[in-house]
Design a protein around this ligand. Structure first.
Ligand SMILES: [Zn+2]
Length: 229
């Protein structure tokens, strides 16, 4: 008899918790706070954290490279960007870019967000061991990368933080002798930047509005992922 009472009490307690729990969930207002809680954080570094990572990395390369790096690094800044990823959810990422273009890049990302153009992730190159290949193969979007041009001589515009690579997997770099990130690029259509596709065309127009040139317009090679100032 006593055992039955305890059992009944436990059952009532359990049901109460379930009912109260469901109710509080149902009545929870869908305010801005709960929407922002759904945001997926892809990158959330402080400037100091990134500075330490980059300085440590470039301190271990040649002195001459380190000096050039320091020259460019002083012009860089960190901006937070929101975007829709391929999972249909809102993500928060970060771009390292030249201070002179930070406002227009913020505006570009706002427009891409309103267009709901899917972007895989936006993370600094330090999260890919400072390796552009790794970043591209992860389909990551980034701006500042202290590196030389893929083909030809000299520093890339990325070394100044004045170029952005967007969804590299869908938007490869195609040169007669080289295709990146992969030689046989898979045909992924969502997130593509092409003139003949409605959303792709809109993306090109957004960058154009802020005076950014698109690598898909180049003649000797096509750099579909690439925009530069
Ligand atoms: Zn590029």
């Amino acid at each position: 008899m006593q055992f039955k009472n305890i059992l009944g009490f436990v059952l009532i307690l359990f049901l109460s918790i379930v009912i109260i729990g469901c109710d509080s969930e149902r009545t929870k207002p869908k305010d801005i706070k709960s929407i922002s809680q759904d945001t997926i954080i892809d990158s959330n570094f402080s400037w100091t954290e990134l500075q330490q990572k980059f300085e440590l990395h470039y301190r271990n390369v040649q002195d001459s490279v380190d000096a050039s790096f320091q020259n460019q690094w002083q012009n860089q800044t960190l901006i937070n960007v929101d975007y829709y990823s391929f999972d249909g959810k809102i993500h928060k990422g970060q771009l390292l870019c030249n201070r002179s273009v930070q406002e227009e890049l913020k505006a570009v990302f706002k427009d891409l967000y309103n267009l709901k153009f899917p972007i895989q992730s936006v993370m600094p190159i330090s999260e890919f061991d400072f390796d552009d290949q790794k970043s591209m193969r992860a389909n990551n979007t980034s701006c500042f990368d202290f590196r030389v041009k893929v083909m030809g001589n000299g520093w890339s515009k990325h070394a100044q933080g004045m170029a952005l690579d967007l969804n590299p997997m869908q938007n490869p770099y195609i040169h007669p002798q080289k295709t990146e990130p992969f030689p046989n690029q898979s045909e992924m259509t969502t997130g593509r930047i092409r003139k003949e596709e409605e959303m792709g065309k809109k993306v090109i127009d957004i960058f154009k509005k802020y005076g950014w040139k698109w690598g898909g317009n180049w003649r000797s090679s096509k750099d579909y992922m690439h925009f530069e100032k």
